[in-house]
Write a protein that binds this ligand. Structure first.
Ligand code: TEU
Ligand code: CA
Length: 533
């Protein structure tokens, strides 16, 4: 029985505007990704997910799509994508695209036709409603980026719904023609050879048919962002979304359901874990991997993490494969949240937990959130709700390749500024330093490849105390122990009997931990992987 690649792989997210520029416009492009594929092979990842590359006015930097079946000129042309795919596949790398089915750009021809008149053939492709009886928006729903989620259209005298920007009208997924059109988009890219999709805001796609007001959120506090005033009870996570997710899965499976040829679907879903589990599917399979963002949101404390991991393992449905994420293009970077020392421990955690890990570009260098001067702000989220630290520019800054001008990212000033220490915190420099976090990531991916216990083995929590988290990964005769110190204080840990004669496979510290008489001396901010026998 062969394990499908998406269970054993390490996924690497690329924010294409910020990875590598090749035509001197300060914006990363597809040729740039192709140029850096050998870096990714050396890093030891197996699949890349590329944030949207399609034609877009870039109001939300590609999450506002004006044509689902082409490439934006700032990223290149379709032939560049085809070439990237060939080059990636030649190196054994899978390529996942970002599918954004919930909404299009307001510049998409579908929306132009829809808004043209109430009688338009495509009127119902989007969500149009009359004003509330007393006037004003049809209900109280709030955009995730602040303000009413309803935009008045003077010409046709109705409101349209947008869960995000007004430039991102939501498609009406209750309409069969919309479903058919988006399924054709999936086929377009599957036919070209892509290995799967990360699906944007999957849980948003269907709204309650009668559009009731959302209830207030009792936990709302100023500073959380206006969207959190209300619970998104009726605007998201509706039962009907599951049939759509299952149909998407059927399309993916029709291109490859097993082994190396499998096509994979990853759902972006921000929901409590019990709700998240439904997106694996019931009678019919849905997402291969509903993104598990808990490591991003969980306080960095051993007991809390242990509880989160144990609960997640416990509620996974039969056959449901776990996955873990430390960061993405919307959330603070891991090194900004935890600091450099613990970012290394987080790397060990991400790559030794049971389940498919997704790594965000730059986190392997310990990039932190870059301070963006107000004149440099680009993210519409920051522009709409300034000063609440909701902006996402800080985590989308250019990848630093070397200490040449603009860090080898571009010959010209990049679209967002580089981090301050780019002349030392860059790929070339860190690759030479065996103690760098980059070197640590390389050792971790190599170890994960080498030890089936890490990729497909079982998981058992062994010890949780103070700042210490210890667990076992086991496959057949292979038994590994992972011990993490989430704090500064060194610890002496009594090891279980079976691991007394153990070998140290990896340590994050320069002078690695010692095992003496069955006691592990775990240093400050140190994580180790031991192998029994
Ligand atoms: O993100 C959706 C999303 O859930 C977040 O913006 C969320 O509202 C925020 O993290 C608060 O928890 C996806 C994309 O990843 C994002 O870049 C897009 O802006 C958004 O959808 C619209 O497409
Ligand atoms: Ca470019």
């Amino acid at each position: 029985m062969t394990t499908p690649w998406w269970q054993t792989c390490v996924i690497y997210q690329i924010y294409p505007r910020s990875f590598q520029d090749t035509n001197d416009d300060g914006i990363g492009d597809l040729r740039g990704i192709a140029r850096r594929l050998d870096y990714l092979v050396g890093l030891g990842v197996d699949a890349i997910w590329i944030s949207p590359i399609y034609p877009s006015p870039m109001v939300d930097f590609g999450y506002d799509i004006a044509d689902y079946c082409d490439v934006d000129p700032s990223f290149g042309v379709l032939a560049d994508f085809d070439n990237l795919l060939v080059q990636a596949h030649r190196r054994g790398l899978k390529v996942l695209l970002d599918l954004v089915p919930n909404h299009s750009s307001d510049q998409h021809p579908w929306f132009a036709e829809s808004r043209a008149s109430r009688e338009s053939q495509k009127r119902d492709w989007y969500i149009w409603r009359d004003p509330a009886p007393g006037g004003g928006p049809p209900n109280n729903w709030i955009s995730d980026f602040g303000g009413s989620a309803w935009q008045w259209d003077e010409a046709t005298g109705q409101y349209y719904y947008h869960a995000f920007l007004r430039e991102q009208p939501d498609l009406n997924w209750r309409h069969p023609a919309v479903q058919a059109a988006m399924y054709d988009v999936m086929r377009f890219w599957f036919d070209r050879g892509v290995d799967g999709f990360r699906i944007d805001v999957l849980w948003h796609m269907v709204k309650a048919a009668d559009f009731p007001d959302n209830p207030p959120n009792p936990a709302y506090r100023f500073g959380m962002g206006e969207m959190h005033r209300l619970l998104q009870r009726h605007s998201t996570d509706q039962p009907e979304v599951h049939r759509i997710a299952a149909e998407m899965r059927e399309i993916a499976d029709s291109y490859g359901a097993r082994g190396q040829g499998a096509r994979v679907l990853i759902g972006e879903i921000y929901l409590p874990v019990d709700r998240l589990m439904h997106y694996y599917g019931g009678e019919r399979p849905e997402m291969h991997l509903p993104f598990n963002f808990q490591l991003i949101d969980t306080p960095w404390q051993a007991r809390v993490l242990a509880a989160v991991i144990a609960n997640y393992e416990a509620v996974l449905p039969p056959g449901g494969w776990p996955n873990w994420v430390l960061g993405n293009h919307d959330r603070p970077r891991v090194a900004a949240r935890l600091g450099q020392a613990q970012a290394r421990i987080a790397a060990v955690l991400l790559l030794t937990l049971r389940g498919t890990p997704t790594l965000y570009y730059g986190d392997e260098l310990g990039l932190t959130d870059v301070v963006i001067e107000s004149s440099d702000v680009r993210d519409p989220r920051e522009l709409r709700e300034p000063g609440l630290a909701l902006g996402r520019d800080p985590v989308r800054t250019p990848m630093p390749w070397d200490d040449s001008e603009n860090a080898g990212f571009s010959a010209v000033r990049p679209w967002l500024p580089l981090h301050a220490d780019w002349s030392t915190r860059n790929v070339t420099r860190m690759a030479e330093d065996p103690q760098s976090i980059l070197a640590l990531y390389r050792r971790l991916t190599a170890l994960r490849r080498d030890r089936r216990a890490l990729s497909i083995g079982s998981f058992v929590l062994l010890n949780v105390q103070d700042d210490i988290l210890v667990y076992e990964r086991r496959h057949a005769a292979e038994r590994l122990v992972v011990a993490l110190n989430l704090g500064e204080r060194p610890h002496r840990l009594q090891l279980p009997e079976w691991v007394r004669d153990s070998r140290l496979l990896l340590s994050t510290a320069e002078d690695a931990a010692l095992v003496e008489d069955g006691v592990l001396l775990l240093g400050s901010n140190e994580a180790v992987v031991l192998e029994a026998g």
